[in-house]
Design a protein around this ligand. Structure first.
Ligand code: FES
Length: 222
């Protein structure tokens, strides 16, 4: 702990020990898990949003990151709770770092992750509700969304680590083949994440996920 004391502000240490707004919102209007490309850590953000005023009524988070990530995400949730989505979009990682007193430069990406999670959750909500235009549904769009999902084994996204074997898009139907075995410990988690990212987009009619193993078993090798 002496190392942390030297490195972190008292406010950060306090929020690390007693973070605010930790937990899940079972009936959340939006839930998103975001990973940091810098370190591979993840956060999940849950939000309840008033449909008329577009205010963030409630926000909670789970962190699979470091002390700085817990503290930055905690303070981020406090800063946006009660704000409109437009106001929340203007919050930057620098605002978050400043609110903590200070953040060591090597830990700045932890604040970036908290803001990435917030913005990703807002964008997801707006896309699903048709409040902003969703880009054309094609292979590169799907690939870009899958790049936001972390491969927990590698600490990098599932596209660059070869988990995504192929993507086909046809008339609103998305078919993704994953390079995973049936008994892979993260199979269910990753399938859930993919559905979570794509299912409710207005231009997506169906999302089907295959595993390379079962595709081969059926006599088709992509
Ligand atoms: Fe990964 Fe802080 S080192 S979130």
């Amino acid at each position: 702990m002496s190392f942390y004391k030297h490195m972190y502000s008292p406010k950060l240490l306090e929020l690390f020990r007693n973070p605010k707004n930790v937990g899940e919102i079972p009936d959340a209007d939006v839930k998103v898990t975001e990973g940091s490309l810098a370190c591979g850590d993840m956060i999940t953000i849950f939000m309840k949003i008033d449909e008329k005023t577009r205010r963030i009524e409630d926000i909670k988070f789970l962190s699979y990151g470091c002390a700085a990530n817990i503290a930055t995400t905690s303070i981020m949730t406090e800063m946006v709770k009660g704000k409109t989505l437009e106001e929340a979009k203007r919050l930057t990682f620098k605002d978050v770092a400043e609110a903590l007193g200070e953040l060591p430069p090597v830990k700045m990406h932890c604040a970036v992750l908290s803001i990435d999670g917030l913005r990703s959750a807002i964008r997801k909500y707006e896309e699903e509700r048709g409040l902003i235009e969703v880009p054309e549904l094609d292979e590169s769009f799907v690939r870009s969304r899958l790049r936001r999902i972390m491969n927990p084994k590698a600490g990098r996204d599932i596209v660059s680590t070869g988990i995504v074997e192929s993507i086909r898009v046809d008339n609103g139907k998305v078919e993704i083949t994953l390079n995973l075995s049936e008994d892979d410990e993260f199979k269910d988690y990753l399938e859930e994440e993919i559905h979570e990212r794509l299912d409710r987009l207005p231009n997506v009619k169906e999302v089907k996920i295959n595993l390379v193993e079962s595709v081969k078993k059926d006599g088709y090798d992509p």
